[in-house]
Design a protein around this ligand. Structure first.
Ligand SMILES: *[C@@H]1O[C@H](CO)[C@@H](O)[C@H](O)[C@H]1NC(C)=O
Ligand SMILES: *[C@@H]1O[C@H](CO)[C@@H](O)[C@H](O)[C@H]1NC(C)=O
Ligand SMILES: *[C@@H]1O[C@H](CO)[C@@H](O)[C@H](O)[C@H]1NC(C)=O
Length: 567
């Protein structure tokens, strides 16, 4: 969930064995830290009795006590505290010992730390308290303990209280406990019940449509409890992806959809988007889940509407969308494979989002370093390939002229950005490269490379036929090495023709001074190339100048110098 685990506990990764701890090099970890984290009590005692510093921290500011709390070893925790370890040193995310024990579900450690006056209301960097962590993980006993020690109901950095966090992650027992204890306003009571019910409607692990109805109904009763002051809903504009449903306003309206699963599913999505807000990071997962269920039932239209809605939400929040985009390539491929019509308008929408994502991805690559840079570059390359799959899919779709030109506009926009993979390959290089990776979930039923139609379409949309990769190879250098010249002759033939017609020069050399003709590995591509070659006198002269190293700088017109350099 929200401000959670993933980043915050990252430094504590979920390791179960000592070897894992060691292998995941923890910078600055002392022997004591390792022994405490791995549960070797005897070693801990030995080290401490020989003067090991109990407060020493790792690079991420983790103490041996924190390592023991993570592991849930009350004996070690007690021993360290009795030997004057500080319980208040938080890691670099301001995540305290109490929080990690609460998150990992170690109730005895939590109780002990509270007795030692650990602050139950300390906040981590992301604004979460120990109560948020316990509530999200659904550790009922720990929530009870924290409430007993007067943990306050505070909001985290995403505006979520522990109550809402529990509701969002379908932890019904935690929600009920907090509602019974915490003195919360009618409004937050209603919100928690509605969020809980809504979350049960579209959660892969916790799906339970009876509970959806149950909690939505309890919330509705709460709204209507006092006929003098009924609490009405703030109804948001209808959303097409949710079937333009209007949220139920009265107990009667809700009653009417009691047996209507589809309606309850959509009701759940609407309620979540209303309560969490469209920019909340958690809002999109259930939308995607529901879309996937539709796709599995071959109800592609509903699936695509939901996924597009989720994609727009995620993109608006400047989140990474490479997985979302690839998912579209997969479902479109499946549809084409099953002869289901894919709408040009949908392809265009996804292409448009891809262009934006590749643009934002380039900025992320520029601004990141080290491991982050590696991931950002991987995602960036993934998006380039996804874009090619989508272009390929568009060549297999029926569309009217104006639809095609809108698709071409997006392709043109991306070509204009000229995205390259690590080896300097452009879109056109990948379109003609037989090693271009193709995703194997449905996509490879439809897309393959080299691809003549994709090559042609990219060229028509302005791809540079002379683009070179880091080795100085042009796309023509690549295609002549295609190793299936006989069985896939048509592809080889039409790509060579397209490239040459678009102005590819057959005698342009790469960094090893090899022309496409030199690189032809099969007799077939050599013949094809030769029939296309119109070696002009000008070219022959240029090659002679280069070949015999005749000085030409400042001796011929500037424009010709450039020409000679190509040869
Ligand atoms: C560890 O830190 C605590 C709190 O600052 C302090 O009271 C204690 O003396 C320190 N222990 C050692 C062994 O330095
Ligand atoms: C072809 O594509 C593969 C996979 O992307 C890449 O490793 C290889 O360098 C490309 N070949 C050339 C000649 O660019
Ligand atoms: C590619 O480079 C060659 C050699 O300089 C040039 O003659 C040709 O016009 C270029 N083609 C395009 C489309 O830029």
């Amino acid at each position: 969930m929200a401000c959670f685990g993933k980043e915050i506990v990252a430094a504590d990764r979920n390791f179960t064995t000592f070897v894992d701890w060691i292998i995941y090099v923890i910078d600055g970890a002392t022997a004591l830290w390792c022994a405490a984290g791995a549960g070797h009590f005897e070693v801990v005692k030995l080290l401490v009795s020989h003067g090991a510093n109990v407060n020493h921290t790792t690079v991420t500011n983790s103490t041996p006590l924190r390592a023991a709390c993570f592991d849930g070893r009350l004996d070690i925790v007690k021993y360290l505290v009795e030997n004057h370890a500080s319980i208040n040193i938080a890691n670099k995310y301001d995540n305290t010992c109490l929080m990690i024990a609460a998150y990992k579900g170690h109730v005895d450690v939590v109780r002990y730390l509270l007795e030692q006056h650990a602050d139950p209301n300390a906040k981590a960097h992301c604004g979460a308290t120990a109560l948020h962590f316990a509530a999200e993980a659904g550790h009922l006993e720990i929530v009870r303990e924290l409430v007993k020690w007067k943990s306050a109901m505070m909001v985290n950095g995403h505006g979520m209280t522990p109550l809402k966090v529990a509701a969002e992650s379908c932890k019904a027992d935690v929600v009920e406990l907090l509602l019974a204890h915490a003195d919360c306003h009618r409004q937050s009571r209603i919100e928690a019940l509605e969020l809980l019910g809504a979350s049960f409607a579209n959660d892969r692990e916790n799906y339970d449509i009876m509970k959806t109805y149950h909690y939505l109904y309890l919330a509705m009763l709460e709204r209507y409890r006092d006929s003098e002051s009924i609490i009405g809903k703030e109804i948001l504009p209808q959303i097409e992806a949710y079937g333009n449903r209007a949220e139920c306003r009265t107990p009667q309206e809700l009653e009417a959809i009691r047996q209507d699963r589809d309606a309850l599913h959509m009701e759940g999505l609407i309620v979540r988007e209303r309560i969490l807000g469209s920019d909340n990071i958690d809002v999109s997962h259930p939308i995607i889940y529901r879309g996937a269920v539709y796709a599995d039932n071959m109800q592609f239209e509903q699936c695509i509407k939901l996924w597009l809605h989720a994609l727009h939400l995620r993109q608006k929040g400047n989140r990474n969308t490479h997985k979302d985009l690839l998912r579209f390539a997969q479902v479109f491929s499946q549809m084409i494979h099953l002869n289901e019509p894919v709408k040009a308008k949908d392809i265009e929408s996804v292409l448009r989002c891809s262009v934006l994502e590749i643009e934002q991805g380039a900025a992320r690559v520029r601004s990141s370093q080290d491991a982050e840079l590696h991931t950002a570059t991987d995602n960036y390359e993934c998006n380039i390939f996804t874009f090619l799959y989508l272009v390929c899919i568009s060549t297999k779709t029926q569309c009217r002229d104006e639809e095609q030109s809108r698709i071409n506009k997006q392709i043109y926009n991306l070509i204009h950005l000229d995205p390259r993979t690590r080896d300097g390959s452009s879109l056109l290089h990948h379109a003609v490269n037989s090693s271009t990776p193709v995703d194997d979930f449905h996509t490879n039923d439809v897309c393959s490379f080299p691809n003549a139609l994709v090559t042609k379409l990219l060229l028509d949309c302005g791809a540079d036929v002379n683009a070179t990769d880091h080795e100085g190879n042009t796309p023509l250098h690549l295609i002549v090495q295609y190793n299936r010249p006989i069985s896939d002759f048509l592809t080889l033939h039409s790509i060579i023709i397209s490239l040459v017609e678009a102005g590819a020069h057959t005698d342009m050399t790469n960094k090893q001074k090899k022309t496409p003709l030199d690189k032809s590995t099969t007799g077939v591509s050599e013949i094809l190339l030769k029939t296309q070659m119109k070696l002009s006198l000008k070219c022959l002269a240029a090659r002679a100048v280069r070949g015999y190293r005749i000085p030409y700088h400042n001796q011929i017109p500037k424009t010709l110098e450039e020409f000679v350099e190509f040869h």
